[in-house]
Structures are given as structure tokens and as C-alpha cells.
Write a protein that binds this ligand. Structure first.
Ligand SMILES: C[S@@+](CC[C@H](N)C(=O)[O-])C[C@H]1O[C@@H](n2cnc3c(N)ncnc32)[C@H](O)[C@@H]1O
Length: 346
């Protein structure tokens, strides 16, 4: 079921309306609180959770059409790959609503990882201490998520989807509270419990796991004290090209800014290999406009700096200390000027 079904819809299976409604009943969101959905689809779920609260909604969506639709409903919407293209302040959000694609990453089979755990690992750090996680995944995937959940969250509760919604993807909702540090012993105990739930048959899980309607927890989401960064390195060409054309910038860009510098004449001693060409592209030596199979492409090589969380610790006064490392990623971007599409190669 899950793999073929989910791939057919390109991973889009919005949270059922009945569950949105039940979840909203549990939320107590302060005005200006920030809530994040890094796989927001068309944005209905995030908008429904925030409705009438004065919360500020932040969404990310990979599919361009769904992102365009979501932009109508979400205050801050980024179109792009939430796992690699975003620059988001750690500790900035009070609620993380995460209903990721139920699938494996694209690496060769042996190294492929569940996407659910990659999203959880990446986005748990965006919650501030005591912020709330609501994770929606097939319950069997808890085995892959158990260690991240147990290390970073306390008070974890697993709820089953109602029977009429359960059978397609066997989903559960996991609700937990962000902690900067959970003791090893508590984490090991919780990990074992989650693994045990993940190993149940669907019938036993459905019969034993509580329903969301029975949850008595209030999820209080206060407004944050600090500003936050929420940016994507991807440019939406459908928005950018008309603006650039109108401004007349394109002509200058092609003749001056993107054209290789005069001193860049290269005379290689041996024929160039693909690796050399890739480095030259990413280094900007081949920037400019080219014609390929009847398409006009504008090419630009860039090197992106990203940050990776190295460690999170709590100091004596209870503040969270986040240590990050800089990573540099060469990227080639090509804009197809006729179709207004962008191709990104990393
Ligand atoms: C399960 S749906 C969730 C929709 C919405 N959050 C909800 O619960 O109603 C997952 C969404 O994640 C999007 N998605 C898949 N991979 C993504 C990625 N790498 N970055 C951002 N969004 C992604 C899919 O296009 C799809 O719309």
C-alpha cells in the first residue's frame, strides 16, 4: 500500500479534516505564536490549526502547484526542499506540525533512510524548549523515529488514527514536548516503548492505542521572544523572470554579470573530465546564456554556505547552547527562459 499509493500522489495525503478538528481543540495558541509545517501541502491543515488564534503560520512545500495554493493561506510560505534548501533559526517555533512523506530517501537501497526520520531530525531543532511536536506517521515507522523522539522529547503519547481513516497508511499521531536534554535512562526506556508499539500488528495497535479524542493535554503555545530567520535558497523563476524582464536587468546580467571574466581563459593540458567541468560550472567559470536542444538556458554556478547543528546543550542558567558547523555546497542553477523552470544540480 504505502509505497505505491504515496508515490502515485507524490506524497500528498493531507491530514483528514476530523483529525484537524480534534487537534485544534487541544491547542491553546497565543497571538503571534509561530507554528511551522515543513511539508504543508496546500496549507489547509496549518491554516485550520491557526484559524482564529492570531498565530503566525510558516509553511514549506516542495511541489510548486501546492506551494502556490498554500501561499493563499499561510503567512510565510517557502517553495523548495525542506531538507536541504532552508535556513531556519533553531529554537524559533512553538508548534511543529510534521506530516512528512512516508517513503525512503533516494540513496542506493543500502543507505536509504526513512524520510520521516530525516524530517524529524532536521526539524526538531526548530522548536524552542517546551515547544510541542505533533508528528503524523505510519505507526510502524516509529521504529526508525524512536531514538530521535526519545532523545529530544518528553511526555510522548502515541494516538491511533480513527478506524475509518487508519487503513490506508496505518497512521498515528505522536505528541511530545521539546526538551534540550533527556537523561539516557529515560530516553532508553521511551525508545523501547516506541519500538514495542511499532512491532504490533495493525489490529492490536488499533485496539490498544488511545484515540486523539481521549487526549486531555492542553498544548499551550506562547509567542516567542526572539526574531527568526526563515529563508530558502531557491528562487521561484515564475515569480522572478517577469520581474527581471520588466526591470531590464536581464540584458545587463547576460552581458556583464554572468559572462565569464576576461582573465578566465583556460588552456587545459589534458582533455577535461566530467568532474573538472562540474567544478568549473559550480565555480562560475561557465556562467551565462547557452542554447541547448532549442532551449535558452541561463546558467549560474554558486557555492552555498549552510549550517549543520553539531551539538545542543544546556548551560547552568538553563539556556540552550547550539553549536553549528559551516558546510559549503557547490550548486549549478539553470533557468529555462522559455518554460520559466529552474533546474538545480548539487
Ligand atoms: C503527507 S503530505 C502533508 C500535507 C499537510 N501537512 C497535511 O498534513 O495536511 C506531505 C507533503 O510534503 C511534501 N513534500 C515531500 N517532500 C518534501 C520536501 N523535501 N520538502 C518539502 N515538502 C515536501 C509533499 O509534496 C506533500 O505535499
Amino acid at each position: 500500500m504505502a509505497r505505491l499509493g504515496s508515490q502515485a500522489k507524490a506524497g500528498f495525503y493531507p491530514t483528514p479534516e476530523s483529525i484537524r478538528g480534534q487537534l485544534k481543540e487541544l491547542l491553546d495558541i497565543e497571538e503571534d505564536a509561530r507554528i511551522l509545517d515543513p511539508c504543508c501541502g496546500e496549507g489547509q491543515t496549518l491554516a485550520a490549526l491557526a484559524d482564529g488564534t492570531g498565530a503566525i503560520t510558516y509553511g514549506i512545500e516542495l511541489d510548486h502547484d501546492r506551494a502556490t495554493e498554500a501561499r493563499q493561506r499561510i503567512h510565510h510560505l517557502l517553495w523548495g526542499d525542506a531538507l536541504v534548501e532552508m535556513r531556519i533559526s533553531p529554537g524559533a517555533f512553538g508548534l511543529l506540525y510534521l506530516n512528512p512523506p512516508y517513503d525512503y530517501s533516494l540513496e542506493p537501497e543500502a543507505q536509504a533512510q526513512r524520510l520521516e526520520v530525516l524530517f524529524l531530525r532536521r526539524f526538531q531543532e526548530t522548536l524552542y524548549k517546551d515547544g510541542w511536536l505533533v508528528l503524523v506517521v505510519p505507526y510502524t515507522v516509529l521504529v526508525a523515529c524512536a531514538s530521535v523522539l526519545a532523545r529530544h522529547f518528553s511526555g510522548l503519547q502515541v494516538y491511533a488514527f480513527p478506524e475509518e481513516e487508519f487503513h490506508t497508511f496505518h497512521q498515528c499521531l505522536v505528541i511530545g514536548r521539546k526538551r534540550s536534554l533527556v537523561t539516557k535512562a529515560k530516553a532508553a526506556h521511551m525508545e523501547q516503548e516506541l519500538n514495542c508499539i511499532a512491532g504490533m500488528t495493525p489490529e492490536i495497535f488499533l485496539a490498544t492505542a488511545p484515540q486523539l479524542a481521549s487526549c486531555t493535554e492542553r498544548l499551550i503555545i506562547p509567542a516567542p521572544k526572539h526574531p527568526c530567520t526563515f529563508r530558502c535558497s531557491r528562487i521561484d523563476p515564475r515569480e522572478a523572470i517577469p520581474l527581471v524582464r520588466k526591470s531590464g536587468l536581464l540584458a545587463d546580467l547576460l552581458t556583464h554579470d554572468l559572462a565569464p571574466g576576461q582573465c578566465h581563459s583556460i588552456r587545459p593540458l589534458a582533455p577535461l573530465k566530467n568532474g573538472h567541468l562540474a567544478l568549473m560550472l559550480a565555480g562560475g567559470y561557465m556562467n551565462g546564456e547557452i542554447e541547448m536542444a532549442g532551449h535558452r538556458l541561463v546558467i549560474k554556478g554558486v557555492v552555498h554556505k549552510t549550517e549543520k547543528i553539531h551539538s545542543i546543550a544546556e548551560n547552568n542558567s538553563g539556556d540552550t547552547m547550539v553549536t553549528t558547523r559551516d558546510l559549503y555546497q557547490p550548486t549549478v542553477k539553470a533557468i529555462d527562459m522559455a518554460k520559466a523552470e529552474m533546474l538545480i544540480i548539487r
